[in-house]
Ligand binder design. Structure first.
Ligand SMILES: Cc1cc2nc3c(=O)[nH]c(=O)nc-3n(C[C@H](O)[C@H](O)[C@H](O)COP(=O)(O)OP(=O)(O)OC[C@H]3O[C@@H](n4cnc5c(N)ncnc54)[C@H](O)[C@@H]3O)c2cc1C
Length: 313
């Protein structure tokens, strides 16, 4: 008999989990307050980067599973996934991060006058294409979508065999987890000027890291990592600072036109919470939240583990 599963959340964690559960034969209903394009996942830059949240021994295998899925998706143009060079720089002597071992190849690079880092190739996700694609795939695979707020997971455990909690930074309210806190990220979306190289540039040097992420039809300029800050309205002074930092890194941007300012609240947590909680009387919740700055990077690996936990039920 089919098991009925409710997935709370329509961001990338909920969509990837929902899709993999459908593939595994579960009947899945997604319950989400916001859907694309209004989730944090839509605001993300978003490129594969397997660093920034723990625990490292689980994060690396999840990122590796996602990498393989992204490579598969590069053959599906409507997914919005491509492979792109990344130049990752810092204002300190270069020490290769250990995860570079996962890459087929990489090279050390310098950027005048004093920045050092590496160049490699990573999956890049065009979220305006990818998020609607995942939503379409979910519906086409038989997934049901209910747009509403859940105030207590018990509302769903009463109706479904299993609940998967993918509520991002708001998961902390649903389960009273004080380890979850927002990491506010503000970006500037701009037009892509002629002469802008089709490569991601990331500089981890100042209070906030600076990044330039060319996409299909625009370029994302970032960024900020403001811990504990729930403000969703863009801050004009921060937008100017982002613009100044990106222009210093890539002068070709002076021809770019600013299109939009956006803010997303990353689900900050020292470690991703991915585990099964038995709630008695045959009810259970799988928690899948707290992916911080790398929720896109981890989504497919975490979804595979959600399915493994659901199958073990
Ligand atoms: C500026 C920025 C840049 C980023 N860049 C990258 C990057 O380059 N690479 C990368 O891997 N990641 C990146 N991230 C991080 C990534 O976006 C997040 O880790 C990821 O989006 C988290 O996805 P999620 O599905 O868990 O949460 P969300 O996308 O926040 O989705 C949460 C879902 O839960 C729903 N929900 C919450 N509470 C309730 C409730 N009570 N009832 C019903 N529904 C509820 C919401 O409505 C929403 O649908 C970036 C984030 C930001 C902000």
């Amino acid at each position: 008999m089919k098991k009925y599963v409710a997935v709370v959340g329509g961001g990338v964690s909920g969509l990837a989990s929902g899709l993999k559960l459908l593939e595994a034969g579960f009947a899945v209903t997604m319950v989400a307050r916001e859907l694309s394009p209004h989730t944090t996942s839509d605001v993300a830059a978003a490129f594969w980067y397997p660093d920034g949240v723990g625990p490292v021994e689980r994060v690396r295998p999840w990122a590796a599973v996602s990498y393989a899925e992204f490579v598969r998706l590069t053959a599906v143009p409507e997914s919005g996934v491509s492979l792109k060079p990344i130049v990752d720089l810092a204002l300190k002597p270069f020490a290769p991060p250990d995860w570079l071992d996962m890459m087929a190849s990489w090279e050390a690079v310098s950027h005048p006058p004093d920045r050092h880092g590496y160049r490699t190739v990573v999956p890049a996700i065009d979220t305006p294409t990818y998020m609607p694609y995942l939503l379409r795939q979910f519906a086409a695979s038989g997934g049901q979508i209910v747009q509403r707020e859940v105030s207590d997971l018990a509302e769903l455990t009463a109706q479904f065999d299993l609940v998967v909690n993918c509520a991002g930074v708001w998961a902390g309210e649903l389960v009273v987890d004080t380890a979850v806190a927002p990491i506010r990220g503000q970006i500037v979306r701009a037009s892509k000027p002629a002469g802008l190289p089709d490569e991601i540039v990331h500089l981890d040097a100042e209070v906030y890291s600076t990044y330039i992420v060319p996409r299909r039809n625009d370029v994302i300029l970032g960024g900020s990592k403001q811990r504990g800050d729930w403000r969703l309205a863009p801050d004009p002074a921060l937008a100017e600072d982002i613009w100044r930092r990106c222009l210093a890194l890539q002068p070709a941007l002076k021809e770019a036109e600013i299109l939009e300012h956006r803010v997303g609240l990353r689900p900050g947590r020292p470690e991703v919470r991915l585990e099964l909680e038995e709630r008695g009387e045959g009810t259970a919740v799988i928690h899948n939240y707290g992916h911080g700055s790398i929720g896109h990077t981890l989504a497919w690996g975490c979804a595979a583990e959600v399915v493994a936990l659901a199958c073990g039920q």
